[in-house]
Design a protein around this ligand. Structure first.
Ligand code: PNS
Length: 164
């Protein structure tokens, strides 16, 4: 049984995240999408809300489950005996930081590897921050986020910067 994780902030999940999780699910027996909680960050959605959105968006994938973790990622990887950390790479701008994290994680825990999946061309530009910005100005985010959590995201963010 080859188990891998797809970690991220998922604040909120985007179509790009779901694309990576879906493709990873085709490569491994079991995928755990992990909402990583960083106490230093000030997320727009609670960890429970992010997990709920991910669960709804991956319900059609039988070998995907959702979890959350606070702390070093490799501790989680070790605990569940995952063999890989799967991440999406959008552009060269992602590469340096991701490469650094992959090497650090490998140094701390040698029994798992980081695997980078190239983003689909449709999602190259997509980030959770951009989604939040568009939604907060009441822009249409239906092309950016999974349909299953569109309403959750709109309800939380829509009109944040509007005068109404
Ligand atoms: O969606 P993001 O914000 O790009 O995800 C980054 C994340 C949360 C996967 C990364 O910051 C992480 O793994 N954080 C956990 C803390 C940790 O293990 N840090 C050391 C990695 S070098």
């Amino acid at each position: 049984m080859k188990r891998a994780i797809c970690p991220g902030s998922f604040d909120p999940p985007t179509k790009g995240h779901i694309d990576i999780i879906t493709r990873a699910a085709g490569l491994f027996d079991e995928i755990i999408a992990v909402v990583v909680v960083n106490p230093a960050k000030n997320p727009s959605f609670t960890a429970a809300e992010r997990m709920d959105m991910l669960k709804k968006s991956t319900a059609h994938l039988p070998n995907v489950t959702v979890d959350s973790h606070c702390g070093l990622l490799v501790e989680y990887v070790k605990e569940i005996e995952a063999v890989a950390i799967v991440k999406g790479l959008r552009a060269m701008s992602d590469f340096e930081y991701e490469f650094q994290m992959a090497l650090t994680n490998k140094k701390m825990y040698d029994n798992a590897d980081t695997l980078f999946l190239t983003t689909s061309i449709d999602n190259m530009y997509l980030t959770s921050s951009l989604v939040k910005q568009v939604a907060s100005y009441k822009g249409d985010i239906s092309g950016f986020v999974p349909s299953q959590c569109l309403k959750d995201i709109e309800l939380r963010l829509s009109g944040r910067y509007s005068n109404e």
